[in-house]
Design a protein around this ligand. Sequence first.
Ligand code: ADP
Ligand code: MG
Length: 488
Amino acid sequence: MQWETVIGLEVHVQLATRSKIFSGASTAFGAEPNTQACAVDLGLPGVLPVLNEQAVAMAVQFGLGIHAEIPEVSVFDRKNYFYPDLPKGYQTSQMYEPIVGPGEVEILLDDGERKTVRVHHAHLEEDAGKSLHEDFHGMTGIDLNRAGTPLLEIVSEPDMRSAKEAAAYLKAIHSIVTYLGISDGNMAEGSMRCDVNVSVRPKGQEAFGTRAEIKNVNSFRFVERAIEFEVERQVELLEDGGKVVQETRLFDPEADETRSMRTKEEANDYRYFPCPDLLPVVLDQAYVDHLRGNLPELPAAKRERFQNELGLSAYDAGVLSASRAMAEYFERVHEVCGDAKQAANWVQGELSGALNREGLAIADSPVSADQLGGLIVRVIDDTINGKAAKQVFQALWHGEGGGENNSADAIIEAKGLKQVTDTGAIEAMIDQVIADSPAQVAQYRDAEPDKRGKMIGYFVGQVMKASRGTANPQQVNKLLKEKLDALC
Ligand code: ADP
Ligand code: MG
């Protein structure tokens, strides 16, 4: 039996507002426990929430970024449940009339293929506090700093068909929210986490199978691992004649498995009702249009432009537009050197390689986009050859040119890396190498003509060495072949 996987994601994005969604308390990460929760966040009697306008603007920007409908009216509801990290006894959320209606996210798969995942809606809500189990023997600590932090929950349709597609979707969301600047997207700090809904069905069957929901997965890799485990578990269960029960499960990265938390029968009845303390949010068209007019270019549009206007491959365009920092770096390099293909090759090759080796983000690159662009200019105008260019890059990376003057030109000058294209000078070096290598010349002469092509490499190497890598390799090749063949 062939099985098909069906996945829907509920992604929680922490919005980068400075204060909470309904209070003036700070949202900064990493403060001493319980120093950033005010009376409103704690739901003390006699206080009223006031909606943070910035959170509304960010939610709308996201909606516009995924081409969603933005309803004129949205409403906050109370989701009632008891938990120690929720002292109010309810979470303020949006159940029936969310701020963002149906939209679409384009995802990019490894083979360059694209797919559209539909978004059912996105709604605003507040985060709860945190229960701390470490450091407290036999007790649980409660930190309410996170209580009231604004979240945008983005609910997809069950449109994904593999773990890879789910990870690609999460990456696309990450890229959109960081391009928009509405979230720092820091998954390690919990700024983005998701609930993964997984079911399987026999291939060809239209009706969905029963799903399990895996809560709070907080990395791209864990999303893939959790789905892979869960699919295997469900398929095995079904093939053994069992039934999948609708339940909430937890992914344990250490054990690399999901475990049951609660089944549907144990699920809460949240008794949702409109929050009497908050007015409905009414957005007038001019406000929405104003936000629309100020949206930055988003990843999908950038990718499209990199491909169609700059002539990059689908793969290159995808990699270079994945993060805003990467895209901006690449665009600046391109602006300076004027050659998109060269700029793409250098950013993805030499630069990304060096960044990966040292575990640096592109924002912390020791080589600036202007410096790299300046280096490429000298490759394009033939001042230096490819080998010297790599040397110049290394020197730039290590700051060898020194401070302000650490430019490709300064390094080329200081190290004498200017390419030798003077035919006379190259010929002189070739003559010397030929004179110094009688044995190799004899071998070359005795070889079958079709074997000689390979043997020329030795001579090229010697000439390049004699020129300390600065001779123009194409010229060296051509002149060498002429001179050697003349000897045969
Ligand atoms: P609930 O009301 O229980 O939260 P929803 O219908 O809102 O359920 O769906 C929640 C998430 O689960 C959505 O992202 C949706 O795409 C996904 N989903 C729904 N049914 C399935 C299914 N059979 N298999 C996989 N995902 C599903
Ligand atoms: Mg739900």
